[in-house]
Design a protein around this ligand. Sequence first.
Ligand code: NAD
Length: 369
Amino acid sequence: MVSFDRLYKDGHEEVIFFSDPSCGLKAIVAIHNTTLGPALGGTRMWNYASEEEALDDVLRLSKGMTYKNAVSGLNLGGGKAVIIGDPKEIKSEALFRSYGRFLESLNGRYITAEDVNIGVEDVEHIFTETNNVVGVAEIHGGSGNPSPYTARGVFRGMEAACMKVWGDRSPKGKVVALQGAGSVGRHLGEMLYKEGAKVVVCDISQSNIDLFLEKVPNAQVVGVDEIYDVDCDIYSPCALGATINDDTIDRLKCKVVAGAANNQLKEDRHGDILKEKGILYAPDYLINAGGVMNVSIEFEGWSAEKATRMVDTIYDTSLEIFNVSESENVAVYKATNIVAEKRIEAIKNIKGKYLGNLGHRFPGRKTRR
Ligand code: NAD
């Protein structure tokens, strides 16, 4: 259950439960840290086995967003939301509009976006009731589909890893084992193909493989379990999390791991093992941040040019993190946390200064003298 001990432990600022029996809404918003700005993170809809499981998920994911937004250079804090229930049964206009009205009451402390099982139509309903949602359709001045930007960011992170390991930024001539030919995998595959890399791909969906081959005609297709044994330079997980685990880690033949999937390390210790094996792990939550960077541009008026420029910063940030990992002799996942925490601390410190605008806050008041 939520307890202050628990919130103190991981540093969460606020947890809010939204309940509306009229439409079946059961939502939890967790605001982890707003030092850098309003908390931003998507809303996930999931048929959790228990409310406890939903709470665990939202607390874990909201903390992750603080780190992701911080290391990505965004002026945003970390937050996340979950809506409890089976998407096939509970989705309705009323539910999302009710949720939007609750979000509006937070006065911009939390801004939401799409996540698992939340689509563009759902976002439209939320957007009917609140401005505090991003990832809205381009027709409303939003940023549309984030996947091309996520893929671009992964490509930049991969380039940084190539520079660090082989002294050449381009993945040209490298063999990339790509797990997942979905939205991000397809765009990434196309960029790799155009750059002259050799792509080996797998997917559980034949139709996604077919679409992939239209973009990457010379790709080699392997079975979903074979992908870990491919003799490759780069392993790129773009399907699901926790694929670097006790069963797979000794099978990997790559020198670099760089992909879009969230939480690629099953446990942190797998990041330490990668380091011991001399495999460079590009930090997942940085190099897949193209999507969140893209939606964040909506605050200032989205344009493809601005989004592209921001996503391209992932190259330099990744290199910085690889260098911290080397100089501090720590695994990349630890170095990424160090860089994120340093930025939060530095910005917290400059906010300690009084800005001298007290007079504006009390219009019409007279001094006692
Ligand atoms: P997607 O659903 O479009 O694609 C995932 C693909 O993986 C699908 O083609 C699916 O069939 C395949 N797949 C599922 N299980 C598999 C398995 N065991 N082996 C091989 N393939 C399998 O999702 P996406 O938008 O391309 O995202 C890919 C990953 O990147 C996800 O983990 C997602 O959470 C993460 N991510 C995506 C974005 C984004 O902007 N789309 C942003 C950040 C992170």
